[in-house]
Unconditional design. Structure first.
Length: 520
């Protein structure tokens, strides 16, 4: 049945709606619906022939109190329904709403995508017919409780999302329904990654001109497109994470997450739960909703396991299973979850020696060492020292707001002759130290201070202090450190920065020992 809607602006009076109904009843016209708002009545009637419609409208206009009869597209309730539908369709989160009888009344397109069930098979059905009866939304309807970011996995559709729920309460405090907000777990992970991930690195971040690093870059170009595990070996400070990021950024996973984790920096008791996650109730103190591990979090991206040689033997066995099966099992769970993660591992240790001494699993080594990649130390790529130095000089001049523009030949010669046990990371520290020390625009030889310059023969020192009290020995040591450091740093601020103290604390120490900076 086709219908037509009219708005009747009016002067409010008793009996107005009855007068309208009399005219429509006299002409045998069915009122489909009628709504009242302030100084306006809305009626929805069946479609009429043109001549009859004209007659009826004229009679309605002549009712005392009726100001006009205006044709409208929708009744107010229909307009609100359409607005609500447009709003629910435009937001980026899924919405599921149920009424007091647990009937599903709202199910927007995003919810349809997340849950993976079509609209017409869900809307109007009882909630428990479609979803598991233990989902928290039913508890919200019954008890009026709220919940936030609970993890839900629907096995029947393989959907995985976070959900928050609120009761729908009327003005008298009665619970008339409940509504759930759904966030796809993949979108949540991308959002978290956008706030927590470090700056992406690409090839131009690898500063080089040596053949040794050119070979590394060529290898990266060759292997980046694949999915095979990469095992990077190299000394501390050679830039293994930089290489790992370059592999990721050159791959088809570049738009997905790159997640680095240092296996040596996390306590053994926490490393397992960080990597594999845990089910709800897995152990005392665990999040009651459980927690996904980094393997799940990185799904679709690249997981960089730095210092892999420090991973405990028990976790090595679990990692081996992940690499073999491409599934992960949370602590306290029997469920295997498929993952699509590229693994890049790195170590600065002699892994073959660790295998021989039983400190690293041989079978795991061969699973990791699918594509071996060696990053040479700085002493084997001396052709890059000059280029790296200029790069760090420019970077720290900007960061420290100094106008240092060049480095002297004697200073550069000192850098070239050094053996660099700390590799590129040590060179970076030395250049930051130099930019802090310089007062002019040129880095001189005296501004190049290596970590080894601070080392002393401690056995001789303590022999000299053998007959001192603890307090006296500490004072002597403090004095010696200050005198030695003041040869290289010529202001309280630069000296404090080098020794990890505030410049006011340095001034107090200098007063204590009657020390003064030498005048140049």
């Amino acid at each position: 049945m086709e219908t037509i809607c009219f708005k009747l602006p009016n002067v409010d009076r008793i009996g107005l709606a009855q007068d309208i109904s009399k005219i429509l009843t006299f002409h045998h016209i069915n009122i489909v619906s009628m709504e009242a708002q302030f100084n306006s009545l809305y009626i929805e009637i069946e479609q009429l022939p043109a001549d009859k419609m004209k007659l009826v409208l004229n009679k309605l206009k002549n009712i005392p109190g009726i100001i006009a009869v205006q044709k409208v597209h929708y009744m107010p309730r229909q307009q609100l329904t359409q607005q609500l539908h447009a709003i629910l369709s435009s937001i980026s989160d899924g919405i599921i709403a149920i009424d007091s009888n647990q009937r599903i009344t709202q199910y927007n397109p995003v919810a349809e995508e997340i849950v993976r069930l079509p609209y017409n098979t869900v809307i109007g059905h009882q909630f428990a017919e479609i979803f598991p009866s233990d989902l928290p939304l039913l508890e919200t309807l019954k008890q009026g409780t709220t919940y936030d970011n609970k993890e839900i996995i629907l096995k029947q559709t393989s959907s995985h999302y976070l959900t928050s729920g609120r009761p729908i309460v009327d003005t008298e405090g009665n619970i008339n329904g409940a509504v759930a907000l759904l966030k796809d777990i993949g979108e949540v992970r991308k959002l978290v990654a956008s706030f927590t991930s470090s700056k992406p690195h690409v090839f131009h971040d690898i500063v080089y001109q040596s053949n040794a690093i050119q070979q590394v870059v060529d290898t990266i170009n060759t292997i980046a497109a694949g999915t095979s595990t990469v095992f990077i070996q190299g000394e501390t400070g050679t830039g293994k994470e930089l290489v790992a990021r370059a592999i990721h950024m050159s791959s088809s996973r570049a738009q997905e997450k790159f997640v680095p984790i240092n296996c040596a920096a996390i306590p053994e008791s926490l490393l397992e739960s960080e990597l594999f996650g845990y089910a709800k109730g897995a152990f005392t103190g665990a999040d009651k909703n459980g927690k996904p591990g980094l393997f799940e979090f990185t799904d679709g991206g690249t997981l960089f396991l730095d210092e892999i040689s420090e991973m405990p033997m028990a976790l090595q066995a679990k990692l081996l299973r992940v690499l073999q099966e491409r599934t992960v099992r949370r602590i306290g769970s029997l469920e295997e979850r498929p993952i699509d993660v590229r693994i890049i591992a790195a170590t600065n240790q002699n892994i073959k020696k660790m295998i021989d001494t039983g400190k690293f699993r041989e079978d795991l080594y061969y699973r990791l060492n699918v594509i071996p990649l060696y990053v040479p130390p700085l002493r084997e790529r001396r052709a890059d020292i000059s280029l790296l130095t200029q790069n760090f000089l420019q970077h720290f001049s900007i960061r420290l707001q100094k106008s240092v523009c060049t480095i002297s030949e004697t200073a550069m010669s000192k850098l070239m002759q050094y053996d660099w046990p700390g590799n590129v990371r040590e060179l970076e520290n030395v250049m930051e130290r130099a930019v802090n020390l310089v007062t002019g625009t040129i880095i001189l030889q005296e501004h190049i201070v290596f970590d080894s310059d601070f080392k002393r023969d401690t056995s001789q020192l303590f022999a000299q202090r053998a007959h001192s009290t603890m307090s006296e020995a500490i004072s002597h040591l403090e004095y010696d450190i200050l005198v030695h450091a003041m040869k290289h740093y010529h202001s309280s601020r630069s000296l404090g920065h080098a020794l990890g103290m505030s410049h006011t604390a340095i001034i107090k120490k200098m007063h204590k020992y009657n020390l003064k900076f030498s005048k140049k």
